[in-house]
Each structure stands twice: as structure tokens, then as C-alpha cells.
Design a protein around this ligand. Structure first.
Ligand code: TYM
Length: 334
């Protein structure tokens, strides 16, 4: 019997609880998280340890951890099909991170785009955690031996360094880690800010008009799209010179499943006003049921804790096994 059952491929991904999750998180990663749980053995985490690389206000941070957990459940992640856990509850993430940091070069971390960007944005707090962030992320991934890691395009570089660290370690000690493949959507991999289409849409942006939160109400969503920065022309067309409009076309495609040329045809001869309204309505329709489910889930914190505690236990068993294997290979006395 067991011989005929082929093992499911494994999937791992995490999200930071550093603000209200956005349409960028949804289209770039979470939609795939959801789709993949039908076919794969999925493990998903709230990466709270990563969030303190920038200062968090404690009460707000705590409530964001709960709201991120609730939102993942509201999206339809099923704790029976997938393992859902909180990163800081599994000590092996920090422990493996130390081990792997001794197999990571200063030079390779210095080249990380996110480190360069964040150290510019938070020039008064360029802490060591911000620098070694990709090593912790490599630990998150490698502990669970995933085949695929569903992420948006901005995380590709971090995925590459995780692969490099794993290959380096395996070359010395044998087959300890699985080399993971990034899983990046064709459409929606890089959703840009609605106010500055040269920047990615980010939940930590100070300008709330620049992002759509998954939990925004319908009116705010439509208003934000109406205000979205476009250009002085009025043709709905994908083009490098039309970053704002191209971004809106990408969002509309990702939500409706239409191709970019179908969208261009749909709005031929129509102005930006009509187009922006259509994008806003399509996004609002897609997000409305999630918001409705979220309101119910967040009202029961004890149930959220119960679900994540169960996930923590499942995750811990796997993490401990990989961590001890790596330690043993290096020569530690266990
Ligand atoms: P985070 O929390 O910034 O984002 C979560 C996921 O959303 C994707 N994403 C986007 N996709 C498209 N357009 C955007 N504007 C956009 N903004 C965010 C991200 O690519 C990500 O997939 N370091 C990670 C969290 C992390 C992680 C991990 C991910 C920690 N450990 C292990 C994978 C595996 C991060 O900061 O994502």
C-alpha cells in the first residue's frame, strides 16, 4: 500500500507581521500559498523574529502577530492541510541561524538589495540583525527541507543566498539540506506602490494611499485606485514609460485572470477614470470575503492560539530533527 503513495513535495514560506498585509503580499505570495496547499505538503509561518530588524511598538507588534495569523486563516489556509506556526516559538530558527552565519560570507550579505534599501531608510538603526536577516531566512527555509518556496520577486535574492548556503554546507558535510526552488507567480510578482510606481508596494510605507491593505474597506480600495499615479497620456497600455498604468494592468490581470492584451483591448478608447474604477472594483470584490471571514476569526484569540500551538508542535518536530542533524555533522557533542 505505502509503496504506491508517492510523497508530496514540500513547500515552505513565511510572512512578516510588520503591518497590515497588502495586495502585494496577496498577489505576490499568499495566493500561491493557498493554491499550493491543495497539492503539496505546506508549512507556513508568521516571521515575527524578522520584524524586529526595524523598531516595533510592543503593543502594536503583538496585535499585528495575531492579525497576521487571523488573516492567513481568513484567506483559507487550512490548519488541517497545512502547518501554520509562529517563527519565534521554534527556537531552532535562531539556533540554526547562528550555525549558518558561520558558513555565510560578509561580502555576500553586503550585496543584498534589501539590506542596502533598509539601511538607507532606517539610517539611525542599521543593526546587525538587518544585516544577517538573510541567514535567519535561510534557516527558516532549510529546517523544513522544502522543494518550493512561494514568494514575490523581491525575495528572489534571499532565496538564492539560502540555496548557496545550503550547497556550501552540503559540499562539506553531505546531504543535510534540500536545495529549494523559488516559486514566483508570472503575474503579480512585483506589485508597485500606487503613489510611486518605481517603488514596490509595501505594508510599512508611511503613505497609506500607496498600498491597498487586504482588510481595507471597499470605499478606501476604490478611492486609492482612483488616486493612483498614472501619466498625462490616456491610453491603457503596458509600457516601460507607463509604469503606473502597467502596474494597474498587472493588478487587474492578476485578479481577473485576463491577459494584459485582453485588458488593453477592454479599455481601448476609454479613459483612465473608467479603467481605475474597474481595477478598484475588481480588487474590492476579490478581497471582500476575506475581510468578512477575518472579522469573525480575530474575535476569537483563544482559537487562533490553539491553531498555532498545534502548528508549532508539528513544526518543532521537523525543525529539531534537521537542526540536530546539522549540529552532529559539524561535530558538536549532542
Ligand atoms: P514580506 O513579509 O515582506 O512579504 C511576504 C511575501 O509577500 C511578497 N511581497 C510582494 N509580492 C509582490 N509585490 C509586492 N509589492 C510584495 N511585497 C511583498 C514577498 O515577496 C513575500 O513572499 N523575508 C520575507 C519573509 C520571510 C520568508 C522566510 C519568506 C522570512 N522567512 C522564509 C520565505 C521563506 C519578507 O520579508 O516577506
Amino acid at each position: 500500500m505505502s509503496e504506491s503513495i508517492t510523497e508530496k513535495k514540500k513547500v515552505l514560506s513565511c510572512i512578516q507581521p510588520s503591518g497590515m498585509l497588502t495586495l502585494g503580499n496577496y498577489l505576490g505570495a499568499l495566493k500561491n500559498w493557498l493554491a499550493m496547499q491543495e497539492e503539496f505538503d505546506c508549512t507556513y509561518a508568521v516571521a515575527d523574529l524578522h520584524a524586529i530588524t526595524v523598531r516595533q511598538e510592543p503593543a502594536k507588534f503583538r496585535s499585528q502577530i495575531y492579525s497576521t495569523c487571523a488573516l492567513l486563516l481568513a484567506l483559507g489556509l487550512d490548519p488541517i492541510k497545512s502547518t501554520l506556526f509562529v517563527q519565534s516559538h521554534i527556537p531552532e530558527h535562531s539556533q540554526l541561524s547562528w550555525l549558518l552565519s558561520c558558513y555565510t560570507q560578509f561580502g555576500e550579505l553586503s550585496r543584498m538589495t534589501q539590506f542596502k534599501e533598509k539601511s538607507q531608510k532606517h539610517a539611525d538603526n542599521v543593526n546587525v540583525g538587518l544585516f544577517s536577516y538573510p541567514v535567519l531566512m535561510a534557516s527558516d527555509i532549510l529546517l523544513y527541507k522544502p522543494d518550493f518556496v512561494p514568494v514575490g520577486a523581491d525575495q528572489k535574492q534571499h532565496l538564492e543566498i539560502a540555496r548557496d548556503i545550503a550547497m556550501r554546507f552540503n559540499r562539506v558535510y553531505g546531504d543535510v539540506f534540500t536545495i529549494p526552488e523559488p516559486y514566483i507567480p508570472k503575474i503579480g510578482a512585483r506589485v508597485m506602490s500606487l503613489q510611486d510606481p518605481a517603488k514596490k508596494m509595501s505594508k510599512s510605507d508611511d503613505n497609506i494611499n500607496s498600498f491597498v491593505a487586504i482588510l481595507d474597506d471597499r470605499d478606501s480600495i476604490i478611492r486609492k485606485f482612483k488616486r493612483a499615479v498614472t501619466d498625462s497620456d490616456s491610453v491603457v497600455r503596458v509600457s516601460e514609460e507607463k509604469a503606473g498604468v502597467s502596474n494597474l494592468i498587472g493588478i487587474y490581470s492578476a485578479v481577473t485572470g485576463k491577459t494584459a492584451s485582453e485588458v488593453e483591448r477592454e479599455f481601448e478608447g476609454k479613459g483612465y477614470g473608467e479603467f481605475k474604477l474597474a481595477v478598484g472594483e475588481a480588487v474590492a470584490d476579490e478581497l471582500a470575503p476575506i475581510k468578512e471571514r477575518y472579522e469573525k476569526i480575530i474575535a476569537d484569540k483563544a482559537e487562533i492560539e490553539r491553531i498555532f500551538k498545534e502548528g508549532d508542535e508539528k513544526a518543532e518536530r521537523i525543525a529539531r530533527k534537521t537542526y540536530f542533524k546539522a549540529m552532529k555533522k559539524v561535530g558538536f557533542v549532542l
